[in-house]
Structure formats: structure tokens, C-alpha cells
Design a protein around this ligand. Structure first.
Ligand SMILES: C[S@@+](CC[C@H](N)C(=O)[O-])C[C@H]1O[C@@H](n2cnc3c(N)ncnc32)[C@H](O)[C@@H]1O
Length: 346
């Protein structure tokens, strides 16, 4: 099984996989390979998403049964890939658009060019043999978390790639910036919507705790949601004086809805000790169902991140007790932090 993560977090990925009972046999820049006992069975991706895989925070993409290919040239790699793909198609009918995704680690200089070369050569080979199927291929990862079928190729090095027909997606992806967004944090909440599979809509209500300078508030308001932005700091850019954003100079830990009010969304992005946030914000907000859905960012810079993951998932945690569709992710745009999304139990 091959797992991809954000570069710089390979050791945490390894610890998470080991904690899930998987033996890491090799790791490189942005990836880790696990032992063969799980790795040979493609059907695992059908059984694991609801359980083990869906609970992993660090992997953005998992190939449960990757095939490894080595080759000195672009053409040699493309030819092997085409053979693998054509052989794997036997008996399968493809009538709709399918993902044909080539991934690399951006930090390895020149690898992206190598991957593009192989992608182009593979596409030419496929067009010659199966032009109808080649035309249906798209280069984008499917949006959202869960299982996907297509062709997923990862370049570990210039002459080494892994490929698989099935993948499990964590939902993480690079988001497009918006010039009016007042902070880089804006990208995190935009990415979190994709992991949750839902975003604020016109006329929904959002409480944004720790809102300044206003990236998350701006993201919700630009979709037409009404936002209460709670922060003693100033709002800026597109969030400043936005007609749908009400800025409250208050302490996030003391903010509570008026009796009987349930907001559609809770956003929380406080630079605070994560246990303090879990106990004093997540606990009451979820237990009292003051919100229907939430995006909560927990900073793990000063705590053991793997211990924190366990605490979030433990049956006693407010998340486990009061939420459904819970997903904890180390997002593409996260640094030393997790983003937790979910819905409160009705
Ligand atoms: C990482 S920033 C939030 C960035 C924001 N999500 C955005 O998109 O621009 C953290 C914010 O939490 C605020 N904060 C920290 N403790 C707070 C508290 N007790 N009450 C209200 N705001 C708090 C800080 O003032 C800071 O503006």
C-alpha cells in the first residue's frame, strides 16, 4: 500500500500508519510504502474506507495495491504503463469520464517535467490503441474523499513510478487563491469544504471563532452566508465592511448563541492549545448542538500530534460523542495543524 502526504510530514505519516497496524517498509519525499500483506489486495479499498482508511489524517492519496515500474526513459515508463493499463481493462467497460492522474512531489526539482513527459507519451499510446477511452480521460483527481477508480500514477523518482487502478482519496487538494481573501487561511476552509462534501450556502448562518483577519468569514460570505466573525483583532481585505459579515469584538471562549438558536456552521481557527479548544469550545458547541456542521482547526505545534489524533477519535471525545461524518485531515494547506470537519448528531 502506498500513501502520499504533504512533504515534511513523512515521519508523522509513518507513525500514523504504524499505529493503524501497518508496517512501513520504505519511505521517500512525500510518500510511504507499507508491507505486502495488505498491499496485494485491491478489494481492500472497498472495505477499508468506512473504517481504517477514512480515519487516517495524513494520507492525501492511498494506492492499496500499487504496481511498481522502473525505466530509464520516458518512453520505457510510458510503454510499461500502457501495458499495465490495457491489461487491467480486460472485461471493463468505460463509458464515462475517468481520472487519469499523474502525481509527483513538487519539492523534487524536475520530477514534474518527467511525469508530464510520461503522461503525454502514455496518452499517445492509449489514443493509438483505444482512442474512445483515451478521450474520456481527465487529469484531475475526483473531488471529495473516498474510493475512486481510474489510473493513478505517482513518481517516486525519475526512473521509478507506482501505478494503480484504484485509489482512496483523503479529499486534500491545492486550492485556488482569491485576491480579495485577507489571509492564506482562506485556502484551508475552502479545502475543508471538499473533505466534508458540503459548503456554506446563501442564507445559511456561520459563527467564525478566531475570525481575523477574516479569510474563513470571507469564504462563507462570498457564498451568500451570513457570518458572525468573533475576534478582538481587525478584519481586513474582502472581509472588512462586508455586508454579510458582522464583526464582534468578543472572546471566542465566552461566545454562545442566544437560547434556541442553532447556527448552520461553526468555524473555529484559534491559535490556542488544542485541548483547551476541545474542552471549552468543541465540547459545548457539539453537545448543545449550537451548530449543524463544523470546520475546526486544531494546532498541534506544541503537542504530540499522534496522541492528539487518538484523543479526537477516542469514544469520550466531544467529536466522537456528538458528531457524524467526522473527518480529521492534515490538509494540503495545513501546517502544524489538523482540520476536523463533520456534522452534529441530530
Ligand atoms: C489563525 S488566526 C485566524 C485566521 C482566520 N481563520 C482567517 O481565515 O483569517 C487566529 C485568530 O484567533 C484569534 N483569537 C485567539 N484567541 C482568541 C479568543 N480567545 N477569542 C477570540 N479570538 C481569538 C486571534 O486574534 C487570531 O486573529
Amino acid at each position: 500500500m502506498l500513501s502520499l502526504c504533504q512533504h515534511g510530514y513523512e515521519s508523522l505519516l509513518e507513525r500514523e500508519l504504524t499505529g493503524a497496524g501497518l508496517a512501513v517498509t520504505e519511505k521517500g519525499v512525500g510518500w510511504a510504502l507499507c508491507g505486502s500483506d495488505l498491499g496485494r489486495d485491491e478489494s481492500l479499498v472497498s472495505t477499508l474506507p468506512q473504517g481504517q482508511l477514512a480515519q487516517l489524517a495524513f494520507p492525501s492519496l492511498v494506492l492499496p495495491a500499487p504496481r511498481e515500474f522502473k525505466g530509464e526513459s520516458v518512453n520505457a515508463l510510458a510503454a510499461q504503463l500502457a501495458d499495465f493499463f490495457l491489461e487491467s481493462l480486460r472485461g471493463e467497460r468505460i463509458d464515462a469520464a475517468w481520472p487519469c492522474v499523474f502525481q509527483t512531489v513538487p519539492e523534487v526539482v524536475g520530477l514534474g517535467r518527467r511525469a508530464s513527459g510520461v503522461e503525454k507519451a502514455f496518452d499517445e499510446l492509449l489514443r493509438k490503441k483505444l482512442s474512445r477511452i483515451a478521450k474520456l480521460a481527465g487529469p484531475e483527481l475526483p473531488r471529495g474523499a473516498g474510493k475512486a477508480r481510474g489510473l493513478f500514477v505517482f513518481f517516486a523518482d525519475f526512473g521509478r513510478m507506482f501505478a494503480a487502478r484504484e485509489a482512496w482519496l483523503g479529499g486534500q487538494r491545492r486550492m485556488a487563491d482569491d485576491d480579495a481573501a485577507p489571509s492564506r487561511s482562506y485556502l484551508k476552509v475552502e479545502e475543508a469544504y471538499i473533505v466534508l462534501g458540503r459548503e456554506p450556502a446563501a442564507d445559511e448562518t456561520v459563527v467564525d471563532l478566531g475570525a481575523a483577519p477574516g479569510g474563513w468569514s470571507y469564504s462563507a460570505a462570498k457564498r451568500g452566508a451570513r457570518v458572525i466573525a468573533v475576534d478582538n483583532g481587525p478584519l481586513k481585505g474582502g472581509a472588512l465592511n462586508h455586508p454579510l459579515i458582522e464583526h464582534r469584538l468578543e472572546d471566542a471562549f465566552k461566545f454562545a448563541p442566544p437560547p434556541g438558536v442553532t447556527y448552520d456552521w461553526l468555524f473555529c481557527d484559534l491559535v490556542e492549545e488544542p485541548h483547551h479548544v476541545m474542552q471549552n469550545i468543541v465540547g459545548p458547541w457539539l453537545a448543545h448542538r449550537w451548530c449543524r456542521r463544523f470546520v475546526i482547526n486544531l494546532k498541534f505545534g506544541h503537542v504530540d500530534s499522534l496522541a492528539l489524533l487518538k484523543e479526537i477519535a477516542t469514544p469520550d471525545s466531544p467529536f466522537a460523542k456528538h458528531a457524524t461524518n467526522l473527518r480529521i485531515r492534515h490538509l494540503y494547506h495545513d501546517r502544524e495543524e489538523f482540520t476536523v470537519v463533520g456534522e452534529t448528531n441530530p
